[in-house]
Design a protein around this ligand. Structure first.
Ligand code: ATP
Ligand code: MG
Length: 423
């Protein structure tokens, strides 16, 4: 009977060496920037009670309706693999009474999210997000700060083909007036709406604005703009965001069709879109959610956050920086059993000094070893045989400029270290 190899789950993926270097590079760039701006890391579980997501994301959203990985555990508690991080961070903020010490908190977290969507390029069932949140700040400067940080990170990663789209979703004071105006249009347009939008029309009408189905797009092209319905406070807030972005030279586009998929957004919503990804154009999204913490049982706490689609960002960065991966600093080519044993000892000592070493542990010809040193892209090669060992000398070859020098094997680790430091 033939055995089939077990494959990974559809929509899941491995990130292999060769790609992980790029992921680490992106992650480090994001962490450095966020920590420079006072964000601190929070790590929350990847599983929560289903109710947390149902209550925060909203029953009438695609995520809660059809995308969550939900199951009963052995004691019949309903659990869900997190589809996003904000709900968990709010839960932690409330549970650990963080507001009572200092309501103003800046968090970031990086990790996997799970949504059972149709897998395609840029859309996975396990994907990763870089997430940042500011709690306790109602000022529009927090909104600007997050959009500015996205811009700065993308600049540092040399991702230039992006636009920040921004909109306001109003607040519980002004949004109902907009919804009423929209409802009239939706009733008139009902015959041309897709099945999903017919449902959304009554339960979550704003979502029709961001439906991608061409018929719905056409019907919504002349939809009223929520920006014309904002109350004075929301209007001032939005104007301050756009004025301040302009003062900071952050380019943006006002996009009246932009509504975010999650129910909890208020006021500013934004999305970073790019032309580099085909159909999956959003590389990051976020917005303000001033009512969420309170609705989950916490103290009234304005808050705003963003989530970067790490997989999509990595894809864009990979296209412009194909070579982030580096070979080892040093390859040791050893000839003879004694030399190989010595080489292995040096490799451990050098590794502890932060110098990456590669060597072959088996007996191989010098030619084969030099070939391997080239293949792994080593910066330098140390060549040592039993006779060199006896003479107390080894040869250090610089693979970039092809120069080589004899070095004493006494204090070899220190000598190599110095050679590396001098470039
Ligand atoms: P989309 O419109 O692409 O479905 P979304 O509005 O559902 O995005 P958010 O919930 O705002 O996405 O998540 C923030 C970011 O996470 C998105 O801009 C995107 O880059 C990324 N993202 C969302 N879903 C996926 C997925 N299934 N696979 C890969 N990345 C994703
Ligand atoms: Mg989605």
């Amino acid at each position: 009977m033939s055995q089939t190899n077990i494959q990974l789950i559809r929509g899941f993926k491995d990130i292999l060496p060769g790609e992980t270097e790029l992921w680490q590079f992106i992650e480090k760039s994001a962490i450095t920037l966020l920590e420079d701006f006072g964000f601190r890391e929070i790590r929350v579980p990847i599983m929560e009670k289903t109710e947390l997501f149902a209550r925060s994301i909203g029953e009438d959203t695609d995520i809660v309706e059809k995308e969550m990985y939900t199951f009963a555990d052995r004691k019949n508690d309903m659990l869900t693999l997190r589809p996003e991080a904000t709900a968990s961070i709010c839960r932690a903020y409330i549970q650990h009474k963080m507001a009572s010490q200092d309501p103003v908190r800046k968090f970031y977290t990086i990790g996997p999210m799970f949504r059972r969507e149709r897998p395609q390029k840029g859309r996975y069932r396990q994907f990763y997000q870089i997430d940042a949140e500011i709690f306790g700040v109602a000022s529009p400067y927090a909104d600007v700060e997050l959009i500015f940080l996205l811009r700065t990170l993308f600049d540092r990663l040399q991702v230039t083909d992006t636009t920040a789209h921004i909109n306001s979703l109003g607040c519980p004071v002004c949004r109902p007036r907009f919804k009423a105006a929209l409802a009239d249009l939706l009733t008139a347009a009902a015959p041309t709406l897709c099945a999903d939008c017919l449902r959304r029309k009554d339960r979550n009408p704003l979502r029709v604005l961001d439906c991608k189905v061409p018929g719905c797009r056409a019907a919504m092209a002349n939809a009223p703009s929520i920006l014309d319905y904002l109350c004075d406070d929301c209007r001032t807030h939005f104007d301050t965001v756009t004025d301040t972005l302009a003062r900071l030279d952050v380019p943006f586009e006002i996009d009246k069709q932009l509504v975010r998929g999650l129910d909890y957004y208020t006021r500013t919503a934004f999305e970073i879109q790019t032309g580099a990804l085909g159909a999956q154009s959003a590389v990051a999204g976020g917005g303000r959610y001033d009512g969420l913490v309170e609705s989950l049982g916490g103290p009234p706490t304005p808050a705003i956050g963003f989530a970067i689609g790490f997989d999509r960002l990595a894809e864009i960065v990979a296209a412009s920086n194909p070579d982030v991966a580096n070979g080892p600093d040093l390859f040791i080519a050893a000839l003879g059993d004694t030399a190989r044993q010595k080489a292995f000892e040096w490799s451990t000592a050098l590794g502890c000094e932060g110098i990456g070493v590669s060597m072959v542990y088996e007996r191989k010809s010098l030619k084969a070893q030099m070939k391997q040193a080239n293949r792994v892209g080593a910066g330098r090669v140390l060549i040592v045989g039993d006779s060199e060992l006896e003479a107390g000398q080894a040869v250090l070859r610089n693979m970039a400029d092809k120069t080589q020098q004899e070095i004493p094997i006494d204090a070899l680790v220190q000598t190599i270290k110095r050679a590396m430091e001098n470039g």
